[in-house]
Design a protein around this ligand. Sequence first.
Ligand SMILES: C[S@@+](CC[C@H](N)C(=O)[O-])C[C@H]1O[C@@H](n2cnc3c(N)ncnc32)[C@H](O)[C@@H]1O
Length: 282
Amino acid sequence: MTDITRDVEWARVLADLERSAAISRAVDEKVLAWLAPSAGSRVADIGCGAGGMSVLLADAVGPDGHVIAVDGESVLLNATIERARRAGLVDRVRPLEHDLSAGPPPLEGLDLVWAAHVVHHLPDQQAALNGLAAALDSTGRLALAEGGLASSCLPWDVGVGEPGLEDRLNAAVEAWFAAMRSDLPDVRRMPYGWAAAMALAGLTGVESRTFLLELSTPLDPTARAHAIQALATRVERVHNRLPPADSAAWNRMLDPDDEMAIARRDDLHVLAAHTVHVGTRV
Ligand SMILES: C[S@@+](CC[C@H](N)C(=O)[O-])C[C@H]1O[C@@H](n2cnc3c(N)ncnc32)[C@H](O)[C@@H]1O
């Protein structure tokens, strides 16, 4: 891959992450209201992506608190810092580049660790949770966003291919995910749920809550772009796992010039459920 190709791909990833952050902001605010970090808290955002939550957390902890934004990708850390600068909160956000596959980040004494959709990328999820729990202060909390329900953007019958196209796409994504995990070097299975894993990491009072992201028809332009991109990303990932008739149907729906294009539909929606598990180190 050339530097230019890499730059173009990152620009696309960042644009997608920016849109996702805008779409999920209302949900993130509800999660934050539930977590309610106190003023002056020392927080880490593990696998911070483009920093949507890092900046909301930085706002919540006030001028005496701080957020350590941890990610393995320097491009995303730069985007996080830029986002914090735009919000006037850059002095509260500290970037830390760290590959979590190599072990937990070198952090301790934290009041809150927020880890959203990152632990499932790691070969030993239980070890990762143990490491994050160890970074907490004696009464600190780990908040883990993992699980929920696959998102839905289309009606059951879209008029091309057999009905149930998106359900079969989501099933193929599940199979792709299982294969991706089993191919990770030194992978370990975790044959129990996230709340049980947090208890095994020594956390007490583990509580789980699910937050609904629901954007109804008609979508505004940002939500439309998000829905179309989210479908395109899933199809790109699993194209070769789909039945040929489904693959042909998606090719038509993702071609903006086709009369059956998703981009021409006025019945797109976004429905997703994100689960957050919280436990305290005592
Ligand atoms: C699916 S994104 C989630 C981003 C954000 N937390 C959110 O919920 O929108 C996963 C993030 O974890 C980071 N990540 C994945 N594997 C990692 C690793 N081994 N070490 C450090 N960061 C990693 C990725 O760079 C990305 O920013």
